[in-house]
Design a protein around this ligand. Sequence first.
Ligand code: PGA
Length: 267
Amino acid sequence: MEQVTRRRVICGNWKMYKTIDQALHFIDELSPIVANANCNVYLAVPFTAIKLMADKAKELHISIGAQNMNDATEGAFTGEVAALMVKDAGASFVLLGHSERRRVFKEDNAFINRKVKRALQSDLEPILCIGETFEEREEGRTQEVLKEQLTACLNGVDRELAKKLIVAYEPVWAIGSGKAATSEIAEEIQSFCRETLASLFDAEVADRTPLLYGGSVTSENSKDFLNQPNIDGLLIGSASLHPESFAKIIQLCQNSASSNDSLAKGE
Ligand code: PGA
């Protein structure tokens, strides 16, 4: 079978942590380490830090993104931020459908679907997060739930625009719990997600979409995930808050089996 070239992506998700000063300081510490990174380094930062971080990260080839956005172009939505606004601030990607957004802020698949489409129309790369709860896994419904999330969240997405998509599998029970999925579970799921993407779009879209694993990723367990054929990168919460642990994961990604695939960087 023909070798597929896929981007490798290491994405930090800072959640509601870091002031602007702290964020800029982090970049200063990280920059010597990522100077020659041959994988794509992404950081999803608080809205308030996007502009200055994006300005600073440009020469370092670090992509700065938002952790959320609204689906409307503009309007009377107090407290919300539009796709064009995060783009204007310098974001190149946006996390959508994170389980904390689904659970705490009651976002459903239909809303996430509208956001995915809006992000793509606004030239923002969506990182669509999907994942099952502990109960859904116990009930043997994992694949059903993930297929439903993918199908509903990607409903009506244009095939050409879908080539900009990244999908992160983050089991809800693994996020912030210190109990990561095994790399075998993550590989099995990402292989299933790739098949699902092929059925929703086609084999080309499925083959080129970077699929990430997230949920209690550390510098100790990241190598196992990165060595799996269908795992093209990681979405990292708490271990991305410290430059040392984040840098270590980036270095592991560079050294991992298929890091040559990252020649597609910037595509
Ligand atoms: P964690 O968070 O790495 O702290 O588990 C991952 C995430 O929420 O994206």
